[in-house]
Design a protein around this ligand. Structure first.
Ligand code: NAP
Length: 280
């Protein structure tokens, strides 16, 4: 019989694209999210794990600026609750796939980040996600942690949807050129997660679409693909002051995960062109 997989935070951006890919791979999938499921509640966790062989934790407090103001909630959801999930999973023999982030790094490195690079988060969100990774490891449950960066998909707001929306107004855009990473489609993440589950891979992996670019270059790519005659001006991050520091280099080295995947990771340009050409 096919494994039963529970996706926590299953109605968020990644969870929404992950569920159909897992179903397509033959798994039976249960989706849980707020308000009926709260990761910080022990009774909810117990119910979520009952009958599951695998749980994928996509649930997180993801609003980076809000996390500064709501420190306790961010730490509870992204940190402590992940430890509780690990303890409950260990008790029941459930395999945990946990999603983490490039925000565990400070982005000051000038080469792509490998899994063994020392984390040094710049903000509360990054610290809370790092605490979650550590708490899961400490629980000693069977698990894999997948760090992703610059995600986009059809569900929820992201850099790609914001640029597309603004470009459609025809007004000139200013986009930062001092932040680099690889826009990564949640559908591609979902296929990588399916392999991690199938092969019960454990440990820590980085995943991103191949290559890298500045946010400015990504914006130019989007408007070119969509044939939108919009002027885009490069600027520096300081032109858009935010209350929270963010890493300027989010570029991941994906050599470790590439070895275990069934196919080469496609370039960010191929994935994004495909995404922009696919109706939601
Ligand atoms: N988006 C990115 O660029 C990015 C980059 C790197 C890593 N990640 C990581 O990728 C994972 C998936 O994030 P995403 O992009 O899919 O973000 P998302 O759309 O914000 O999804 C997170 C989901 O978790 C839910 N949630 C929040 N608090 C919860 C709680 N206490 N109990 C249960 N569910 C809760 C949210 O519900 P509400 O919407 O109702 O709050 C939402 O449905 C997260 O671990 C995130 O840290 C994301």
């Amino acid at each position: 019989m096919a494994d039963c997989i529970t996706i926590l935070g299953g109605r968020g951006m990644l969870g929404s694209d992950l569920a159909p890919v897992l179903v397509q791979a033959g798994y039976s999938v249960r989706i849980l999210d707020l308000p009926e499921f709260d990761l910080t509640r022990a009774d909810h966790l117990a119910r979520a794990l009952n009958g599951a062989q695998v749980v994928v934790n996509c649930a997180a407090f993801t609003n980076v600026d809000q996390a500064e103001k709501r420190f306790d909630t961010a730490m509870a959801v992204n940190g402590r609750a992940v430890g509780a999930l690990g303890a409950a999973a260990k008790e029941r023999g459930v395999f945990v796939v946990h999603i983490s982030t490039d925000f565990v790094f400070d982005g000051r490195q000038t080469r792509p980040y490998v899994e063994t690079d020392p984390p040094n988060p710049l903000n509360t969100y990054g610290r809370s996600k790092l605490e979650g990774e550590q708490a899961l490891r400490d629980s000693a449950c069977a698990h894999v942690i997948l760090r992703v960066q610059w995600s986009y998909g059809n569900h929820g707001k992201n850099f790609i949807s914001k640029i597309r929306e603004r470009a459609l107004t025809g007004k000139e855009l200013k986009v930062v050129e001092d932040q680099v990473g690889a826009p990564t489609w949640t559908a591609d993440m979902a296929r990588a997660i399916t392999v991690l589950i199938r092969d019960r891979r454990t440990g820590l992996y980085h995943f991103a679409n191949a290559g890298y670019a500045s946010r400015f270059e990504v914006a130019v790519f989007i408007t070119t693909q969509l044939n939108l005659p919009v002027r885009i001006m490069p600027c520096v991050s300081e032109a858009f002051p935010t209350p929270t520091l963010r890493p300027k280099n989010s570029w991941f080295n994906t050599a470790k995960i590439q070895v275990i995947l069934d196919a080469p990771i496609r370039s960010w340009q191929n994935a994004l062109a495909d995404f922009l050409a696919t109706p939601p």
